[in-house]
Ligand binder design. Structure first.
Ligand code: FRU
Length: 450
C-alpha cells in the first residue's frame, strides 16, 4: 500500500493521518474556540496529553493561515485555578476590543477522582497564543445538576452578549439548554431554558455542546444529545449530534423551534461539533470523530501508538429548505494535485489518501478495506463496517435518490458527502487499504484525485 504526503502538514512532524488534525500523543476530543483572529484560523481542542483517557483535559491548539498547513502551538489553557482544577472542558471564542476571549467550563473532581462540579470561566489573549485567566463568570444556576457545560457566546445585533450552555435539569434529570445575557461581559443575568417545553422527546439525560448558527432570517440550534434511543436507522450511535431550525428571540430568551430534530452526520463517529463563523457569513464546522462506547474506545488500534482520535475535516454549512448541507471546503480539495476522470464499471486505486468523486451514480459497491464497504442499492446507501472491537457487522444507511458522492479517504478515516453535502457519513476504519475497489452495475463517472 502506498501512502502519500499531501501539502497538508502540521509542521514537519510525522503524520498519522494525511489531512486530518490529530494529537501527537494522548487523547483528543471536542473542537473548541474555533475562530479567525489576526490572520490565523485557530482550532483549539480537548486534549489529554497525560493519558489515553478522559480524566484530565487541557486546550490543545492548532493555527493555520490557509486551512491547509497547520502549526501546533503550545497548550493554550491547562488546569491551574480552583475553578478548573481537573480539566479545561469545552468552550468557544469571540473577539472583543482587539482581544481573543475564550469561555470554557472548568471541571472539578472530588478526592475519589469523580467529577463533582463545573464552573464557567473566561480568559483572554492579546496574541491568540498566551492566555490570561480572568476567573469564574457567574455562580452555578439553581435547578440544574452539576452537568452544566460547554458555553457558546455571541453578540446580538443590539450589542448584548448571549451565552448558552448545555445542562441537566435537577428535577427530571433531562437535558436542557440555558441562557445568560450580559451588557459588559462582567455581569451576567440568568434567563433560564431557551427551549422551555419544546422538543420533549429530544432531551435524553444531557444536552452537550450547544451551538447557535445564524443564517440571517433563520438560526440553527445544534447540540449533542446523550441518552436517546435509536429510531430505526437514525440515532444509532451511543450519543448523537443533531439540530433544529428556528428563530432565536433574544428579547424573550427563547429559541422558537420550527423543525424536527435532525441527525447531523449519518456515519459512525461524529460528535460535539462547533462552528467557526467567518466575516463573509461563512460557517465552517469541525467535529470530533471519536464518539464511541468506552469498551470500543479501549480497543482503538491507535492506542498502541499512544494517540487517540481525530477531528473531522472542516465543512462549510449551507441552510436550504430547513436542511443543513455540509460541503467539503475548496482548501481540502486543493490538497489533491492530480486528477483523472473516467467512465467506469470497475475501478481500482492503490493510493491513500484519495478524494474520489462519483457522478451519475448507479448501484455500486466500493470496497475501501476488507472491513469497510460503501454500497448503493435501490436508493439505499449503506456504509458497512466490521467492528475493530468485536468483529461484528455494523451498518449506517440513508435512503434517498443519489446523484453524486464525494469520498475522502485518509489512512484510517473516511468522510462521505452525498448529493453535494445533503448528507454526510463519517467513520474511522482500521485494516490495510490494499486496494480501493469499485464495481458498478452500469458505467458511472469517476473523478479520482490524489
Ligand atoms: C463532549 C464533552 C463536553 C465536555 C468535554 C470534556 O464530548 O463531554 O460536554 O466539555 O467533552 O472533554
Amino acid at each position: 500500500m502506498s501512502t502519500q504526503r499531501l501539502d497538508f502538514k502540521i509542521d514537519n512532524e510525522k503524520l498519522f493521518e494525511a489531512f486530518h488534525l490529530a494529537p501527537q500523543f494522548g487523547l483528543l476530543n471536542d473542537p473548541n474556540g474555533l475562530i479567525y483572529f489576526k490572520g490565523y484560523y485557530h482550532v483549539f481542542y480537548q486534549w489529554n496529553p497525560k493519558a489515553l483517557d478522559h480524566k484530565y483535559k487541557v486546550w490543545g491548539h492548532f493555527i493555520s493561515k490557509d486551512l491547509k498547513n497547520w502549526h501546533r502551538e503550545p497548550i493554550a489553557l491547562s488546569p491551574s485555578a480552583e475553578y478548573d482544577s481537573a480539566g479545561i472542558y469545552s468552550g468557544t471564542a469571540f473577539i472583543h476590543d482587539e482581544y481573543l476571549y475564550v469561555v470554557y467550563t472548568g471541571n472539578i473532581r472530588d478526592s475519589n477522582g469523580e467529577s463533582c462540579a463545573s464552573h464557567q470561566n473566561i480568559a483572554r489573549s492579546a496574541d491568540g497564543l498566551k492566555f490570561e485567566k480572568l476567573g469564574e463568570m457567574f455562580p452555578h444556576p439553581k435547578g440544574y445538576t452539576r452537568h452544566v457545560r460547554d458555553p457558546k457566546v455571541w453578540r446580538a445585533a443590539n450589542g448584548q452578549w448571549q451565552l448558552i450552555l448545555g445542562a441537566q435539569k435537577a428535577d427530571t434529570l433531562t437535558g436542557d439548554i440555558i441562557l445568560y445575557q450580559s451588557n459588559d461581559l462582567k455581569n451576567w443575568q440568568f434567563r433560564g431554558s431557551i427551549l422551555g417545553s419544546q422538543l420533549p422527546n429530544y432531551r435524553g439525560y444531557m444536552l452537550e455542546c450547544p451551538d447557535l448558527i445564524d443564517f440571517g432570517k433563520q438560526q440553527v440550534l445544534m447540540f449533542s444529545l446523550q441518552g436517546h434511543a435509536a429510531e430505526g436507522e437514525r440515532f444509532k450511535n451511543i450519543h448523537n449530534t443533531g439540530y433544529v431550525v428556528g428563530n432565536f428571540d433574544h428579547q424573550n430568551g427563547v429559541f422558537n423551534v420550527n423543525t424536527n430534530y435532525q441527525e447531523f452526520d449519518y456515519g459512525f463517529e461524529y460528535y460535539a461539533p462547533q462552528t467557526m463563523n467567518l466575516a463573509n457569513n461563512k460557517h465552517l464546522i469541525w467535529g470530533w470523530m471519536g464518539i464511541m462506547p468506552a469498551a470500543v474506545e479501549e480497543s482503538l488500534p491507535t492506542k498502541k501508538d499512544n494517540w487517540m482520535h481525530i477531528l473531522s475535516q472542516p465543512r462549510e454549512l449551507v441552510l436550504e429548505q430547513n436542511h443543513l448541507y455540509q460541503l467539503p471546503i475548496i482548501e481540502t480539495k486543493e490538497l489533491f494535485k492530480q486528477k483523472q476522470s473516467d467512465q467506469v464499471m470497475t475501478w481500482e486505486a492503490k493510493l491513500v489518501p484519495q478524494y474520489v468523486k462519483l457522478t451519475n451514480v448507479v448501484d455500486f459497491e466500493l470496497k475501501i478495506t476488507e472491513n469497510l464497504v460503501l454500497e448503493l442499492s435501490n436508493n439505499k446507501l449503506t456504509l458497512l463496517r466490521i467492528s475493530w472491537h468485536n468483529g461484528m457487522k455494523e451498518v449506517r444507511t440513508v435512503e434517498a435518490v443519489i446523484n453524486t458522492l464525494e469520498i475522502f479517504i485518509d489512512n484510517s478515516t473516511v468522510e462521505i458527502f452525498v448529493n453535494n453535502g445533503q448528507y454526510a457519513f463519517s467513520a474511522r476504519f482500521f485494516g490495510d487499504v490494499k486496494i480501493i475497489n469499485l464495481k458498478a452495475r452500469q458505467p458511472i463517472t469517476i473523478e479520482q484525485n490524489f
